[in-house]
Design a protein around this ligand. Structure first.
Ligand SMILES: Cc1cc2nc3c(=O)[nH]c(=O)nc-3n(C[C@H](O)[C@H](O)[C@H](O)COP(=O)(O)OP(=O)(O)OC[C@H]3O[C@@H](n4cnc5c(N)ncnc54)[C@H](O)[C@@H]3O)c2cc1C
Length: 495
């Protein structure tokens, strides 16, 4: 029976895995070994709503400690500078997967020419506001349609503190050898001479994938037929005086990929994700700096998109970048990490600490499907982005393999933004759901065979809904004001 867990890696993946297991299965003896020489990746700053739900609802970790130590800002969605429209919002509240009760068609059918203020979050994003107010003028901070922007270093600092507070032992050393019988690891040998035994190992060693990729040599399933980018240039700049803090990530089309903008309280981070097959590092840097002249120092990160065939082998499971990676176009790394940690915890609970081969097989199939869904959703972004005609984007439009997203694209081409798409094509475990698919298909104005020509009275009723969202958003609170309010000693987080 599993009693002693050793997590290899102290980045966000290793620490969240350790915290999850210790919090959900407190009888486990959980420790972490991490290498100060190798360090952490230090990038990764956008989340989806799954992350706050995992921390504050599933693990019941108090927001107060998290806000004080990790100092996040808030993200209501992604502002896409993508496709033929000048921009469109992909929000975490429903814009297109719903229907106003006084209108005959689903919302998406009204958005071919304009999609302004189709939800509260869309209206807030358009006005760079974060939260509506309660009767006492305080921000109403929702749990389920909100995500965070957090600097990776600050997140890891908070996680270290939280892990230690829960009784997780964190040790600084580098794993140099692995002892095992078949596919069962018995211990890890450390550079400083010691050996650490455990019954269960979590490989959270980042891109090194020291146990699953390196020790077990598990095959890597590349996503390179759908995702062509393999590098990112990253650089911060200071926030300008009085510049509002954007309550969203921006994803902007670039000549050979795309660029993110993420707003932290005191600075803005930008990163250009590009394909080295289409542009040299120096030319990518020149394009990046031309768009972002205020950026100071930059660094380049190399990556490959894909996943290991199995992430659970014997008594070892990989999480985070050690299990797989896709570019951060939808900020999915922490999202899938939370799903991994939760499913591992469930597996240990339901198997009474003795997971068998069928359970591991189901885990591997379940997580593989989650990775592949992310690939398919991102593929859609590339296949239909008609904004630029550079060789990179021509290649992406002609060659991006849609895999599992082909079905929903075919359905959409025939039927438009019908909610039936959900029943036809989307798994109930899909992390983006019908809203995600419709946000991108409607947002990019992908053509379909069922355009709706609303009569004037429909347009009038639609305008009334949009005006109602707009007026709530006009009176809403910005991120800077909300940060001041939650730092007031009188502020209380509601459970
Ligand atoms: C360009 C880019 C942008 C990204 N943006 C986002 C984003 O917006 N949102 C998001 O969710 N994610 C993003 N990510 C992913 C992000 O990297 C992960 O979410 C994340 O931080 C998880 O990292 P990790 O813990 O798996 O790896 P790491 O941070 O690399 O940690 C690995 C750990 O393993 C240790 N280690 C490795 N080998 C050994 C050894 N032999 N012995 C001992 N210790 C060892 C290291 O010291 C370290 O502690 C991005 C990634 C890239 C490349």
């Amino acid at each position: 029976m599993i009693q002693k867990v050793l997590v290899l890696g102290g980045g966000s993946a290793g620490l969240i895995a350790a915290i999850t297991l210790k919090r959900i299965l407190p009888h486990l003896d959980v420790s972490v070994v991490r290498s100060p020489e190798i360090g952490i990746i230090g990038v990764g700053e956008g989340t989806t709503p799954f992350f706050p739900l995992h921390l504050h609802r599933y693990l019941r970790l108090p927001p107060k400690d998290f806000y004080e130590r990790a100092q996040p800002t808030w993200k209501l969605g992604i502002r896409f500078l993508w496709g033929e429209r000048s921009e469109f919002p992909y929000t975490f509240d429903p814009q297109f997967s719903s229907r106003f009760t006084d209108l005959p068609r689903n919302n998406g059918f009204y958005c071919s020419s304009s999609l302004q203020d189709m939800s509260l979050s869309a209206a807030l994003m358009a006005r760079r506001k974060a939260f509506v107010r309660d009767p006492q003028n305080r921000p109403i901070i929702p749990v389920s349609s909100l995500a965070y922007h957090i600097e990776n270093i600050k997140l890891v600092g908070y996680l270290e503190w939280q892990a230690a507070a829960l009784g997780v032992l964190i040790e600084d050393d580098t794993v140099e050898s692995v002892q095992r019988h078949g596919d069962s690891i018995t211990s890890l040998g450390l550079r400083n001479g010691g050996t650490r035994h455990a019954d269960f190992f979590i490989d959270a060693s980042g891109f090194h994938s020291r146990l699953i990729g390196n020790e077990f040599a598990e095959p890597f399933i590349s996503f390179s037929d759908s995702l062509f980018c393999d590098r990112a240039i990253i650089g911060p700049r200071e926030r300008l005086p009085n510049e509002p803090i954007d309550p969203f990530t921006t994803a902007e089309t670039m000549d050979h990929g795309w660029c993110w903008r993420i707003d932290h309280e005191h600075h803005v981070n930008r990163g250009y994700v590009y394909s080295s097959a289409f542009v040299s590092d120096s030319d990518a840097e020149a394009e990046f700096r031309a768009k972002n002249p205020a950026v100071t120092n930059t660094r380049i990160v190399h990556f490959r998109s894909g996943r290991y065939q199995r992430s659970w082998i014997g008594n070892t499971v990989a999480v985070g970048n050690a299990a797989g990676f896709v570019e951060p176009l939808e900020a999915t790394a922490l999202m899938i990490l939370c799903a991994q940690c939760r499913t591992i915890a469930d597996s240990l609970i339901d198997s009474l600490g003795q997971p068998g081969p069928h359970l591991k097989d189901v885990y591997n199939r379940f997580m593989a499907a989650r990775w592949d869904e992310i690939r398919d959703f991102l593929a859609l972004h590339y296949r239909f982005n008609s904004r630029l005609n550079t060789p990179f984007w021509q290649h992406a439009r002609s060659n991006t393999a849609l895999h599992g997203a082909q079905d929903i694209v075919d359905f959409y081409s025939e039927n438009g933004p019908s909610l039936l798409a959900k029943a036809v094509s989307i798994s109930e475990n899909d992390q983006f759901g019908i809203e995600g698919y419709l946000a991108m298909l409607v947002g990019m104005n992908v053509p379909h065979a069922m355009p709706h020509d609303p009569d004037p009275s429909e347009l009038q009723r639609l305008a009334a809904h949009q005006a109602a969202f707009a007026s709530r958003a006009d009176a809403a609170i910005s991120i800077s004001d909300a940060l001041q309010l939650i730092r007031d000693p009188r502020w209380r987080w509601t459970p």
